[in-house]
Design a protein around this ligand. Structure first.
Ligand code: F6R
Length: 610
């Protein structure tokens, strides 16, 4: 939700900022803007409704000089996504500029106070209040730049990552975070800011992940000054970031989503290698000393990660024989859940920044639960707020619709269930060996599924005309049905619902008609026969069936209008293969409908506000 970039150094700032915005555009694309202190000393602000490319058009032929600047790409929270609400926002006098990611909760009270002091507001945003407050503190109390930002941040409530410029200090950027991420890149005599490391890699691999309530002063030609917003000095911890820049590019594909679907053989290979090392190597004791205290596991997450958590419930209960509850983080954090000393919370998140998941684990830890996070982005907030982390190592995911992160999460949690079961004696040595070697074959098998693109394209033709659609599955493929439906609705805007197949008779079967295709996950399982009956019930009502079946299947294949076959695997591993055709299906449907696949309307990838 909103991306922030900053630069101060010897280069021209504008190209660095715009390139950074393109990399952060997955975080929001309602509007974009940039503020530069030019070579002549003026503060130039350019902004535009829409995407970063629209900003580039707006800024063409303007004064883009200057070696210091801040920039923003927005996902609207306060105020509609128009030009007036686009960041950067200026103070009353035009001397200060700010970019902000987060929500200022007490903005109404601060706005009232500033209105009483003669300040006027141009936008409907909470952000403008912060920059006006900084100016007010400078004028009222004569505070210098850094102190005025610090004092203002002590007064605001809510979440923020901010970067501020002051025309009177053209050698300084002040930035801070609380609840929203911010990373500093430290080059040679130059500094970068980003909501994640992606705008920074390619310039330097030395980064500092700011902690909550950290404030940083970046001065041209000097070192970084790091302090808390209360003014306590801190020593910056510089880390090396290893990110392959090519992973941030489309690499010849039309969309990041297709690229990320197609790179799943590689992302899974990297995930499985790393997770096996974490769960069976020297660090395994960190993970299992925590898990082995568990009488119950509570998995908390949002969206696609929640679906991966549901896959994990089936795997952990089946293999480790430990009870598992799966809860939406947004519900868990507010419903006063009963948390017992023997509970372990597993937080699942691709970005590691989802506000509800972060708050849910904070709440659980306060109540004495231990937290293990399963996360893709190294150094992000959720792992840093957890007792133990298992990284999924799927590589950067840019497409707003999560794909390779899901298969990596499902693989990670399934492997965790297998290893945990083996340690508890609920998975035999023989089953352990065979499941672990079968997991190693998954990357290649996913590659085989990807070869079935033509079958999926044929299904997509049918679905693209449907006003609505049902997805059904059973057992560990019920979460796959949910995830398939989510993928379709988020990028093609076709209404879709996922159901456990046997629930159809309890209501949804009333919807069945020629106009309501049913996508069925019907691969081999212990209850395949039951699923065959469910499909028959749909056929008997003239429903159209699109099915994912196991290679060699004849029964469902005979009844279905269209099929895509996937290789046979042990049931608990099947979600990792079965989701792949459903990812492709949503992609092709969205393309047929002419939708903006990588930037679907109203969405942003990283939901850092609740
Ligand atoms: C859907 C999607 C979202 C995310 C959700 C959680 O394709 O990407 O539903 O899964 O916002 O995000 P993370 O996993 O970053 O916590």
């Amino acid at each position: 939700m909103c991306g922030i970039v900053g630069y101060i150094g010897k280069r021209q700032a504008y190209p660095v900022l715009v390139k950074g915005l393109h990399r952060l555009e997955y975080r929001g694309y309602d509007s974009a803007g940039v503020a530069l202190i030019s070579e002549s000393g003026s503060l130039n602000v350019y902004k535009s409704q829409g995407k970063v490319s629209d900003l580039e058009d707006t800024a063409q032929n303007r004064d883009l000089t200057g070696c210091i600047g801040i920039a923003h790409t927005r996902w609207a929270t306060h105020g509609e996504p128009g030009f007036l609400n686009a960041h950067p926002h200026l103070s009353q006098s035009g001397r200060l500029a700010i970019v902000h990611n987060g929500i200022i909760e007490n903005y109404a009270a601060l706005r009232e106070m500033l209105l009483d002091h003669g300040y006027t507001f141009r936008s409907e945003t909470d952000t403008e209040v912060v920059v006006q407050l900084i100016e007010y503190l400078q004028e009222k109390d004569g505070l210098p730049f850094v102190d005025s930002v610090q004092r203002a941040l002590q007064m605001v409530e809510g979440s923020y990552a901010v970067a501020v410029l002051d025309i009177r200090r053209p050698d300084t950027i002040v930035a801070a975070r609380k609840g929203s991420p911010l990373v500093v890149g430290a080059g040679d005599d130059e500094f970068f800011l980003g909501s994640d490391a992606s705008p920074i890699v390619g310039y330097t691999d030395r980064v500092i992940y700011l902690d909550d309530e950290d404030m940083v002063v970046l001065r041209q030609g000097t070192d970084i000054t790091l302090m808390s917003i209360r003014g306590e000095r801190k020593t910056p911890q510089i880390r090396r970031v290893t990110m392959d820049v090519s992973q941030l590019e489309k690499g010849g594909y039309d969309h990041f989503m297709l690229k990320e679907i197609c790179e799943q053989p590689q992302s899974l290979r990297s995930c499985l290698q790393s997770v096996r090392q974490t769960l069976t190597g020297p660090d395994a004791e960190h993970v299992f000393s925590l898990l082995e205290q568990a009488d119950r596991v509570i998995i908390t997450a949002c969206g696609t990660s929640w679906h991966a958590g549901l896959v994990a419930k089936y795997a952990i209960e089946r293999m480790a024989r430990v009870p598992v509850e799966v809860d939406y983080a947004s519900e868990f954090r507010y419903r006063q859940p009963v948390i017992n000393p023997g509970d372990v919370v597993i937080a699942v998140s691709q970005s590691g920044e989802t506000a509800d998941t972060l708050a849910a684990i904070g709440m659980a830890r306060k109540q004495g639960a231990k937290v293990l996070s399963v996360c893709n982005v190294i150094g992000s907030s959720i792992p840093r707020s957890s007792d133990v982390v298992v990284y999924t190592m799927a590589g950067p995911e840019i497409g707003v619709a999560s794909t390779k992160a899901f298969t990596a999460q499902a693989a990670t949690l399934t492997m965790l269930a297998i290893v945990w079961g083996h340690r508890r004696g609920t998975v035999s040595g023989q089953d352990y060996d065979s499941l672990m070697s079968e997991m190693d074959t998954l990357p290649e098998l996913v590659g085989r599924v990807l070869d079935r693109k033509d079958d999926v394209r044929a299904m997509a033709q049918t679905l693209s005309f449907a006003p609505s659609c049902l997805y059904i599955g059973r057992g560990c493929n019920y979460p796959v049905a949910l995830e398939g439906a989510l993928k379709l609705k988020e990028i093609s805007y076709i209404h879709a619902e996922g159901y456990p197949a046997a629930e159809m008779k309890h209501g949804p079967i009333a919807l069945i008609s020629q106009d309501m295709p049913v996508v069925t996950v019907a691969t081999e399982s212990a209850i395949y026969d039951k699923l065959v009956s469910n499909v028959q019930e749909i056929r008997a009502r003239q429903g159209r069936v699109m099915a994912v079946v196991t290679e060699g299947d004849t029964e469902v294949a005979r009844m279905a209008d269209r099929c895509v076959a996937v290789p046979q695997v042990t049931e608990c591993l099947s979600p990792i293969l079965n989701i792949v055709p459903l990812q492709l299906l949503s992609y092709y449907v969205a393309c047929l409908k002419g939708c903006d696949v990588d930037q679907p309307r109203n969405l942003a990838k990283s939901v850092t506000v609740e």
